[in-house]
Structure formats: structure tokens, C-alpha cells
Design a protein around this ligand. Structure first.
Ligand code: NAD
Length: 365
């Protein structure tokens, strides 16, 4: 065994109540932040307002014009808001879109971010930023956007509606699954991914049944953290690249696109690459399926049990766009070092469009 692992320097606080009261104030003071710009979507005011109340005068400005995929106009407005109040740190409260706006500020102004995530997107533990201009999303890696302090309070996720909980949970599950085969994988990222999958396997069905089940919410948020850390180190591959192209080109909803594509991307990778048997077994068993269950089938069964969206058609891809979708995904996947062939890209997108079962996984060797 030969590998290199370098952890990313973020400070994580986890637990119910960690985003409330004096504990929060103390933690923020400890990192030396005195003038906070609060970034929180207007829609998430019910989550952010109590936090702003606790912090009182330390919050010197507020930016709420958050939008998915961080349009350049949003990034510019967020930076202007930070400058206007002479912020020395950014406090983001919300999902991946909100964290993304905070990252856009940090990328240019080099302010530390304190992230309080309220979905399972995982952006708060990655150095990945994204900006969108004229419908094209650019992403990059920069340590300056990695939040300095992350506060995971499962109590803030109780209000996530069931459908969004499932889609966001499957988005995080996709970080875990892809971490098993992405280019930066190593034994540690696989361990994180496996534990993250187990946490979601145990937590998501219970949250689906009872969104206020706080122990199940804890398991899911814990899984989301592990998923984000595994993804941050392992990187993206067939699944994430496919979702990036489909979401960016056809403006499909982020988490739902991940939820639909994951079993199909898994089937494509399992069929195209050699030596995936152990990975398949780990994925299936982490989800509670038998060791001989093909990984794609285990994921599909798990997603269907949660009433997750099943097809790209269901989440807004039009049949008229299918040919373009196949071409663009094929072009992108063709640039990967271990690329599935063009037929596989076609099969992946077509199966995801229809929501049909992935073809049986055939191990390459
Ligand atoms: P989101 O942030 O757009 O939130 C989705 C919706 O959920 C919004 O309407 C929001 O107001 C609402 N919401 C959030 N938390 C809630 C709560 N607790 N209760 C009720 N409603 C709540 O969606 P997302 O899936 O969290 O993030 C998607 C974005 O994050 C995408 O732009 C994606 O590219 C990005 N992302 C980036 C990284 C990275 O490493 N840079 C990783 C994952 C995702």
C-alpha cells in the first residue's frame, strides 16, 4: 500500500445547540472575528435570525441575495456588502448556495469564513469555489475559501422539507460513493466515505418518516460532514462531472440531479473499470444490502425507498435536449484519465433520463 494523505485545516464543532447562545459567541471570539458579515438567504431568515440575535453587535452587515450556483452578479454584490461594513469575517448560515456566496467573498477579500450549514451539501469542508456567468459555471480550488470554523448544529436541519432532505442526503451520498474511485482516493478517504454512507443509511429513512427525529438528523449531518471531507480529498470523477454538465447546461436542480444520476454513474464506472469488486461490496454493504448486490442496484433501491426522484425527465430535462446532453456528457467524460467509452456515456445519460434500472454491472476484470 502506498499513498499520501494531507488533511485540510478546518475546525469543526458538532452537536445540537452548538449554533445557539454563548457557546457560539465564544467560538467566534476565539478565532478573533469581531465584525461579521452574515450571509443567509432571505428564505432562511428563520434559521439565521436567532443566530444574529445571539451575536448582537458583532454582526455588522447582512447579505441575503443568495442565488444557486453563485452568479457573478451575486458574488460582486456580496463582496461589496463585505467591504461596505468593513467585515473581518463572513458568517454563512444556509445550504451550499449560501456557503458558495461566502466563498466568493473569501476568494477575493481573503476573509475567514465561519460556516453554519443547514443542508447536507458539504461545501463547508471543501476548498472548492464555483461562480456562474452567462450560464457557464466555473469551479476552482483555493485554500482561502475553506471555512476556518464549521458549526454543525443538527437542530438547524429539522426544518429541511422531506423531499429536499432526501435529495440533499443523496447528494452527500454521491460524494461518498465517488470518493471510492475518484483520482485523489486513498484508504482514509474510503474509510470516511464508508462511515458517511452508513450514517446516511441509518439516518435518512428515519428522517424521511419523521423529519423532527433529532437523532436521525444528527446521523445525517454527521454523514454530510464525512461526505464533504472525503469528496474534498478524493475529488470529482464520472458522477460529479456528469451532474456538473447536466445541471449547468440545462439548469437542473443540484441535489436532485445528483440523486437521479448516482446509480447510473455507478453502473457506468463499475462496468468500465477493472478491479472494482471490493469497492462494489463496500458500497452495497454500507447501504445495508447483501455483499453480492451490485452497487448501482443497492443505491437505486435505497433511493427508491426514500421516494427520491427517479429520472432526469422528472426533474426537468426535456426529451428534445437529450442528444445534446449525451454529447456534452460524452465530451466531458472522454477527457477523464479512466474514461467510460462514448457508448457508456450514452447509456448513462439515457438510463438516467428514463429512470430505468442501470444495466447489470459487468466487472471489467
Ligand atoms: P441550496 O443551498 O440552494 O438550498 C436549497 C434550498 O433549501 C434553498 O431554498 C434554501 O433556502 C433551503 N434551505 C436550506 N437549509 C434549509 C433548512 N434547514 N430548512 C429549510 N430550508 C432550507 O442547496 P444545496 O443543495 O445545499 O447546495 C447546492 C449548491 O451548493 C450548488 O450550487 C452546488 O454547486 C454547491 N455545492 C458546492 C460544493 C463545493 O464544494 N463547493 C459542494 C456541494 C455543493
Amino acid at each position: 500500500m502506498k499513498f499520501e494523505y494531507s488533511g485540510l485545516p478546518s475546525n469543526v464543532v458538532f452537536g445540537v445547540g452548538t449554533a445557539e447562545g454563548h457557546e457560539l459567541t465564544r467560538r467566534i471570539t476565539e478565532i478573533g472575528a469581531r465584525r461579521l458579515l452574515l450571509v443567509a438567504a432571505a428564505a432562511d431568515a428563520a434559521l439565521a435570525d436567532p443566530i444574529a440575535d445571539v451575536l448582537g453587535n458583532a454582526v455588522v452587515g447582512r447579505f441575503s441575495d443568495v442565488a444557486p450556483h453563485v452568479p457573478l452578479t451575486t458574488a460582486r454584490a456580496a463582496r461589496a456588502a463585505a467591504r461596505a461594513c468593513a467585515a473581518d469575517a463572513v458568517l454563512s448560515v444556509g445550504g451550499g448556495s449560501t456557503t458558495g456566496a461566502a466563498k466568493a467573498i473569501a476568494l477575493e477579500l481573503e476573509l475567514p469564513i465561519i460556516a453554519v450549514p443547514t443542508t447536507y451539501a458539504g461545501s463547508e469542508v471543501t476548498p472548492v469555489w464555483g461562480l456562474t456567468e452567462d450560464g457557464r459555471k466555473t469551479t476552482g480550488l483555493d485554500r482561502r475559501v475553506l471555512p476556518t470554523l464549521v458549526i454543525y448544529d443538527p437542530g438547524l436541519t429539522v426544518s429541511l422539507p422531506p423531499a429536499l432532505t432526501v435529495a440533499s442526503g443523496l447528494n452527500a451520498l454521491a460524494h461518498c460513493v465517488e470518493a471510492f474511485w475518484a483520482p485523489g482516493r486513498n484508504p482514509i478517504t474510503s474509510l470516511l466515505a464508508e462511515e458517511g454512507m452508513r450514517a446516511f443509511a441509518a439516518g435518512l429513512p428515519d428522517v424521511r418518516r419523521d423529519p423532527s427525529d433529532i437523532e436521525a438528523r444528527e446521523r445525517c449531518l454527521y454523514g454530510a460532514w464525512l461526505a464533504g471531507v472525503a469528496f474534498a480529498r478524493a475529488g470529482s470523477d464520472v458522477h460529479h462531472k456528469t451532474c456538473h454538465v447536466l445541471g449547468g447546461t440545462f439548469d437542473l436542480p443540484h441535489a436532485e440531479t445528483h440523486a437521479v444520476v448516482l446509480p447510473h454513474a455507478t453502473a457506468a464506472v463499475m462496468a468500465a473499470r477493472a478491479g472494482m469488486h471490493e469497492t462494489g461490496t463496500r458500497i452495497a454493504t454500507a447501504l445495508g444490502a447483501g455483499p453480492d448486490t451490485p452497487a448501482a442496484e443497492a443505491i437505486l433501491a435505497f433511493a427508491h425507498g426514500l421516494d427520491a426522484p427517479r429520472s432526469l425527465a422528472e426533474i426537468g430535462l426535456r426529451e428534445i435536449d437529450l442528444t445534446t446532453a449525451i454529447e456534452r456528457v460524452g465530451d466531458t467524460l472522454g477527457k477523464l484519465p479512466e474514461s467510460p467509452d462514448a457508448t457508456a456515456a450514452d447509456a448513462l445519460v439515457t438510463a438516467a433520463y428514463r429512470g430505468s434500472l442501470p444495466s447489470a454491472e459487468v466487472e471489467a476484470s
